[in-house]
Design a protein around this ligand. Structure first.
Ligand SMILES: NC(=O)c1ccc[n+]([C@@H]2O[C@H](COP(=O)([O-])OP(=O)(O)OC[C@H]3O[C@@H](n4cnc5c(N)ncnc54)[C@H](OP(=O)(O)O)[C@@H]3O)[C@@H](O)[C@H]2O)c1
Length: 328
């Protein structure tokens, strides 16, 4: 639909776009795709709230952005998505000072870490990537509902195709932990959260999208080991074999960060997406069920409306709060 593709960059998406007066909140803004998203939006005049847990690292990211966008409108806020108390402290303070948010980009993430738990005892990947963003988003909704043409963008991953959510044992209390499976579950949760948000908020004019950015060399790989890299290569080869593709030995096609962040910037701003609320996006295009997850393919389980509803209910139980989006 867009004429964009694998190589499209953030600056190409925003060519000719004026974002002056628009407020974006970006999680995981201290590095990688989050930093590039903030840079590209700020270069077009947007005001950005950069959220991350390490202030020094976020300040360094803001300084890098100001090297090319000297008048960037950037605010830095501390929030640890692996700690519900931190999220509540942040959202209370933020809502006291900010009336409206136009776009929330839920970009922060952790991948393939050894078994560890958040402050509230959730498995780290599910807890950070999904539960933390679930609470953050719902608590910021009053401001989003006052935003201009509001949107919520949730970073998922083609890695969601590794595993469906496990609503019975979401925190690996009974089953053996597998770091890739846990990542896959958390990234499926990001897609399911998106379609449930779209169902609740669509009637109130909020657009919600799930994004696979592609494969980009960032700090996300900090927990990878020879063993987990081997498992990833094996999985990629198996997928190619199953799809009858010739294995060129090239593994995964990587993108530079400017192309990696392009799909989330497209999701956050493109007028042509207005008719596609709840969509899964990859390579700056609409997703395709069953296609290659390295690009824009998604698994059918990630779009199941009943699972999405049940994940929402489970997430409310885990955070101990219920939400009625749209009536906030
Ligand atoms: N890069 C890829 O190939 C790829 C592929 C598919 C999907 N994605 C998705 O894209 C998103 C961005 O990843 P990236 O590649 O830009 O990785 P990155 O460079 O590691 O950035 C991740 C960001 O999330 C933050 N973060 C992690 N845990 C947090 C927590 N508990 N509280 C607050 N912030 C936290 C990190 O802060 P710290 O540095 O303090 O940890 C960092 O700012 C992720 O959701 C990832 O799953 C990336």
């Amino acid at each position: 639909m867009s004429g964009y593709g694998f190589e499209t960059t953030t600056d190409e998406i925003l060519d000719g776009v004026d974002l002056t007066g628009r407020r974006f909140v970006v999680t995981g803004a201290s590095s990688g795709l989050g930093e590039e998203t903030c840079r590209a939006l700020a270069a077009r005049g947007a005001t950005i709230s950069m959220l991350a847990r390490n202030r020094e690292k976020t300040q360094a990211a803001a300084a890098r952005i100001r090297e090319t966008v000297p008048d960037a409108r950037l605010e830095i806020h501390d929030v640890d998505l692996a700690d519900l108390a931190s999220i509540r402290t942040f959202t209370d303070a933020y809502l006291a000072d900010h009336d409206a948010i136009d776009v929330l980009v839920n970009n922060a993430g952790v991948m393939c870490c050894p078994l560890s738990r958040t402050a509230d005892g959730f498995e780290m990947q599910f807890g950070t990537n999904h539960v933390g963003h679930f609470l953050l988003t719902n608590r910021l909704l009053p401001a989003l509902l006052r935003g201009r043409e509001p949107r919520i963008v949730n970073l998922s991953s083609g890695g969601h195709s590794i595993a469906n959510v496990d609503l019975e044992d979401p925190n690996y209390e009974s089953n053996d932990y597998d770091p890739w499976e846990a990542y896959g579950r958390s990234k499926t949760a990001n897609v399911l959260f998106t379609i449930e948000l779209a169902r609740h908020l669509g009637p109130h004019g909020v657009l919600c999208f799930a994004v696979h950015p592609g494969a980009i060399m960032t700090d996300l790989g900090r927990h990878l080991t020879a063993e987990t890299i081997g498992q990833m290569m094996e999985r990629t080869k198996q997928r190619k074999d199953d799809a009858g593709e010739t294995d060129d030995g090239g593994g995964m096609p990587f993108k530079p960060v400017e192309a990696g962040a392009a799909t989330q910037v497209w999701a956050a701003t493109a007028p042509e997406l207005a008719a596609h609320n709840g969509a899964y996006l990859g390579d700056c295009q609409l997703g395709v069920e069953g296609a290659n997850p390295t690009h824009r393919g998604y698994a059918s389980w990630a779009r199941d409306a009943d699972t999405a509803r049940r994940l929402w209910e489970l997430s409310e139980k885990l955070v101990g709060e219920t939400f009625s989006p749209g009536r906030a």
